[in-house]
Design a protein around this ligand. Structure first.
Ligand code: HEM
Length: 133
């Protein structure tokens, strides 16, 4: 896992250096399902993107047991649960698919191995968030 995390961090850095990356992720996520679009309809996109770029860092640091990441992901677990935003477990697939697709378009070194590494790393935080639903 350690090996995957460092490759994923480098990949994220390369993608973030491209101005369009976060816009594209948001656009893909919005259009991935009418339910996601409806949930996100009232959000402030600029604010959301700033939070999102931070949140992805927390998702990456989570599997190593990083304390700050654990707290951040725990907050997301609470805000997204059935008493809050009520994000059902099946919507997280749209989130990771959109992220990986946006990465594949913006990280010039993206490949199948990185695709698998991203999904493996992100699954830990997703499982933890979903368990709290
Ligand atoms: C691992 C995946 C995800 C991460 C890391 C994440 C992260 C975040 C963060 C950091 C926020 C802002 C602060 C907060 O409310 O906690 C947020 C808000 C939100 N997220 Fe997620 N999220 C994820 C998945 C999803 C999914 C699958 C949906 C489905 C539609 C979703 C819908 C929303 C909505 C509607 C908001 C509220 C926006 C607002 O208040 O303006 N999120 N998310």
């Amino acid at each position: 896992m350690k090996e995957e995390i460092s490759r994923v961090r480098l990949s994220y850095g390369r993608a973030l250096s491209k101005r369009q990356f976060l816009d594209r992720f948001y656009e893909l996520f919005m259009s991935s399902s009418p339910i996601v679009a409806r949930k996100l309809a009232l959000t402030d996109i600029a604010k959301q993107q700033e939070l999102l770029s931070q949140a992805v860092n927390m998702v990456i640091l989570f599997p190593q047991g990083n304390k700050i990441a654990r707290n951040a992901i725990n907050r997301i677990r609470q805000s997204h649960n059935r008493d809050g935003l009520d994000i059902r477990p099946e919507y997280y697939r749209f989130w990771i698919d959109s992220l990986v697709l946006a990465l594949s378009e913006h990280d010039p070194d993206f490949n199948d191995e990185l695709d698998r590494a991203w999904r493996k790393v992100a699954q830990e935080a997703i499982d933890f968030i979903v368990e709290g639903h």
